[in-house]
Each structure stands twice: as structure tokens, then as C-alpha cells.
Design a protein around this ligand. Structure first.
Ligand code: FAD
Length: 431
């Protein structure tokens, strides 16, 4: 790590304090930040790299937190930094500290511990945070969100005290939690504001399938239910009350109603933000500044507009892309087929592509057997494929979406061999 003089102080005057200088500073050590470090180490990048995390742990995989983590004793978090990234002499990791301010022109950053440093290239991988409910009583004890290992530990402790759980929001995280925690004498109620589960992410067929599966395990799922306030017993939540006036006993309320991009630092640095940090096709927010992962609003050539995604695939693919950029590779603009997975009890849901509202749906297989696929079409063009317990078909879906191939309804109904044959034939005809 090189040492140098700070360029300016807070008042813009020359500063004579010594600060650390890095070739690359990465803010945030979630999937995107950690994967970027892995990529740089793998490509034998020789410059100095600093990874700063406001969490106190070494970077870890988040998806298990809502799946096996809470139902398994003595489970350890799965580390994200691999391949000797932490022992690499040119990588520095600072946990438990935020980058609080900076000056892009001067290439200078300030940490919450007061330290200052300078960078040549900056990567913002600041992620997204759980959206907060702002109704009466939202700040009572026993009302939590799940994002970090510390949140998971809080939930684990509460599970020792109560069997009455109300999960506010019927999205991926709360549904995974409902499946993971069902049984053991617990009363689990999911309150969802819209008419169906996962409304923005999956087809009505998938919403209904997951609802039926959860209900089979004794989870109570109530739709069109808006939470209006929390009642207390001392300082702790006792009931969740809906707009319709129903009261649900709750020793623990888990709120998972979506996420908001962490773009405050980017804004303070003068970068343009809307639904996330705005980047160009090279994932650049400004000269020498990149942004990756959940915090990014990026142009998607397939969708034809900019969007923000929250998934491990998006975080790691964007990190790999920027690792190549930083290593000096010549690349086309970023363009990947999005995909996503979720484990809902015994069922593995996978999604390739992006479903849009109002698509024509073609179903192959039978939801009653927990083994089926839902193909989404806009006109005759395939845009997404959802599968339950069909990993091979999911991989094929990613391939055909990448190739811009759309099988016909008949081919889908005949199964994957027919789709593969149609794809092979189509390739011989397509220049
Ligand atoms: P994050 O993982 O959010 O990491 C960003 C980090 O930056 C955070 O630690 C944040 O605190 C830190 N940070 C922010 N600002 C600063 C600052 N100024 N200074 C220092 N540090 C800062 N995705 C899937 O595809 N499949 C799944 O099954 C799945 N399950 C999930 C289950 C749970 C419980 C959760 C919470 C998420 C799940 N996800 C899943 C989503 C996936 O984990 C995220 O899409 C992914 O973590 C995004 O990575 P990221 O690096 O962009 O952001």
C-alpha cells in the first residue's frame, strides 16, 4: 500500500496529514464487492485494492439467511472471499467502517473512523436496504427486517421467546422464511398487501402454487391486507393490526416489503441517481467511477430501458464485468440474461429472463406434481421462463434467451428435447 499526502482538507485547503492511496477502492463487501475482489485477484491484478465494509464480519453469502440458516443449529456463514483474496498482499479489507464522504475530482474519501484515503478508481457496491414501514409502532422491539447476519441472529434469539410470527410482505424473503420456520408449533401468518404473493416477480400460476404449498405446511397467508399499526406490550410488539381492523398476535414481526438502493454516498459525491446509481453501458457512473450490484440503475439492451435488479447473478456478473474493465480488457457494453433462484421449502424456483406484466403464459408440466415450467411471451417472443424443480430446463431457458430463440407453444408442450432440437435447427438457419 502506498502512502501519500492528502490532497485537500474539508475546507478545500491543502492538507498535510498522511493518507493511504489505493489504485482501486471498493465500497461495500456484499456479493458484488467481494466478487469483484475475487475477480481482480484471479486476473492477477497487481495494483492495490481496498475493500471497505460497514458490517463487522468477513463477507458472507446472504441467501442462506432466509433458508437453511435459521433452521440449522451451529451453521456457519459461507465466506464470499475465495481463492486467497484475503491473504493477497495487495488487498486490504476494512470491516465495520463506512465511507462517509469524498471528493471525486480530488480522488479522496473519508471513512467514519476519521481516516482519509485516496483512490485512482472507485467502485460503489453499496447494495440495497430493506424498505421501512412507517406506520405507528414500527420501531418497537420485536419488529425486524432480514438483511444481515446480525438481523438473522436477532430473529434466531426471538424464536426462542415466541411461537407467534407475523410476516409483513409476501415477497421472496418472507416466503422463504415462512417455509423454513413452519412447524415446531409456530403460528405463522403472512400479510400481503396485493391480491397475490410475489406479484411483481412471478406469474399468477406460480403465486398460487407457492401459496398452496405454504398453506399445506400450516402457514396462514392473507392477501389484500395492509398493515396500519403495531400494538405494544411495554416496549415490545404484541399485535399487528391491519387497515381492515384485524389484530394478529405477534411475538415477532418480520417486515420484508422490498428494498431501496443505497445511493446516499453516490448522491453526496455528486453522482446522478434515480432508482439507484445511474451508470452507462460500461457500468460507469463517472470517469474512473463504477457501480455494481443492487445499488445500480443500468441500461439493459434486451429490456430497452434502464433497470435495477436485486439478485446474486446481477451482482456477480456486474462485478466480473467491472473486474475485466479494471484489468484493461476491451469489452462490449454489459449485457447478460438475468436469472434468479429461490428455495421455497422443498421446492426450487428458478427464473430466467425478466417477466413483464400481461405476458402470454404457456405451462409445461403440472403444478400439482410440483414439477413444471411457465414460459412468458410478449407477442411470440419469449422473455422469461419460471421453473419449479426443473434445473435442466432452467439452464436451457438461459441458453435460448441468450441466443434470442423463441420456441413455439407446441415445442414447449413437447418438452426440453423438442426445444433443444428446434434450437439446433434454428441455429443452422440463423446467420
Ligand atoms: P449487498 O449484498 O447489499 O452488499 C452491500 C454492502 O455494502 C452491505 O454490506 C452494505 O451495508 C455496505 N455498504 C453500503 N454503503 C456503505 C458505505 N458507505 N461504506 C461501507 N459499506 C457500505 N438473491 C438471489 O439471487 N437468490 C436468493 O435466493 C437470494 N436470497 C436472499 C436472501 C436474503 C435474506 C437477502 C437479504 C438477500 C437475498 N438475495 C438473493 C439477494 C442478494 O443477496 C442480493 O441481490 C446481493 O446480496 C446483492 O449484492 P450487493 O453486493 O449488490 O449488495
Amino acid at each position: 500500500m502506498a502512502r501519500m499526502k492528502s490532497l485537500v482538507n474539508k475546507d478545500g485547503e491543502a492538507n498535510h496529514k498522511t493518507v493511504d492511496e489505493f489504485d482501486i477502492v471498493i465500497v461495500g463487501a456484499g456479493h458484488a464487492g467481494a466478487h469483484l475482489v475475487n475477480g481482480l485477484v484471479r486476473s492477477k491484478f497487481t495494483g492495490s485494492v481496498l475493500l471497505v465494509s460497514d458490517e463487522i464480519f468477513q463477507p458472507y453469502h446472504r441467501p442462506p439467511l432466509s433458508k437453511e440458516y435459521l433452521k440449522t443449529e451451529n451453521i456457519k456463514p459461507t465466506p464470499l472471499l475465495t481463492g486467497g483474496a484475503l491473504s493477497s498482499p495487495n488487498v486490504t479489507f476494512i470491516p465495520g467502517c463506512r465511507i462517509s464522504a469524498g471528493d471525486l475530482q480530488a480522488g479522496a474519501l473519508t471513512l467514519t473512523n476519521g481516516a482519509e484515503l485516496s483512490f485512482k478508481k472507485l467502485v460503489l457496491a453499496t447494495g440495497a436496504s430493506p424498505r421501512k414501514l412507517t406506520v405507528e409502532g414500527s420501531d418497537l422491539e420485536g419488529i425486524v427486517s432480514l438483511k444481515t447476519l446480525l438481523d438473522a441472529e436477532k430473529i434466531r434469539d426471538s424464536l426462542l421467546q415466541t411461537k407467534d410470527l407475523v410476516l409483513v410482505g409476501g415477497g421472496f424473503i418472507n416466503l422463504e422464511l415462512a417455509f423454513s420456520l413452519a412447524g415446531a408449533g409456530r403460528n405463522i401468518t403472512v400479510l400481503e398487501q396485493t391480491p397475490r404473493l410475489l406479484q411483481r416477480a412471478v406469474s399468477p400460476i406460480m403465486s398460487e402454487f407457492l401459496k398452496t404449498q405454504a398453506e399445506k405446511l400450516g402457514v396462514r397467508i392473507l392477501l389484500n391486507e395492509e398493515v396500519s399499526r403495531f400494538e405494544r406490550d411495554d416496549n415490545r410488539v404484541s399485535h399487528v393490526v391491519t387497515a381492515a381492523g384485524e389484530r394478529f398476535k405477534a411475538g415477532l414481526a418480520i417486515v420484508a416489503i422490498g428494498s431501496v438502493p443505497e445511493s446516499k454516498l453516490a448522491q453526496d459525491l455528486g453522482l446522478e441517481c434515480s432508482n439507484g446509481i445511474i451508470v452507462n453501458g460500461k457500468l460507469q457512473a463517472a470517469p474512473n467511477v463504477y457501480a455494481v450490484g443492487d445499488c445500480v440503475f443500468f441500461p439493459d439492451p434486451t429490456a430497452g430501458h434502464s433497470l435495477r435488479l436485486e439478485s446474486v447473478q446481477n451482482a456477480t456478473d456486474q462485478a466480473s464485468y467491472v473486474a475485466e474493465e479494471l484489468a484493461g480488457s476491451e469489452q462490449e457494453d454489459y449485457n447478460r440474461v438475468p436469472w434468479f433462484w429461490s428455495v421455497q421449502g422443498d421446492n426450487r424456483l428458478q427464473i430466467a429472463g425478466l417477466a413483464k406484466p400481461g405476458t402470454k403464459l404457456v405451462v409445461s408440466g403440472d403444478p400439482a406434481n410440483a414439477n413444471f415450467a411457465v414460459y412468458h411471451y410478449v407477442d411470440k417472443l419469449l422473455c422469461a421462463v419460471e421453473t419449479i424443480n426443473r434445473p435442466g430446463e432452467h439452464m436451457l431457458a438461459r441458453k435460448i434467451l441468450k441466443d434470442n430463440f423463441s420456441p413455439t407453444e407446441e415445442q414447449v408442450m413437447q418438452g426440453v428435447d423438442e426445444i433443444k432440437a428446434a434450437l439446433a435447427y434454428w441455429k443452422t438457419k440463423t446467420p
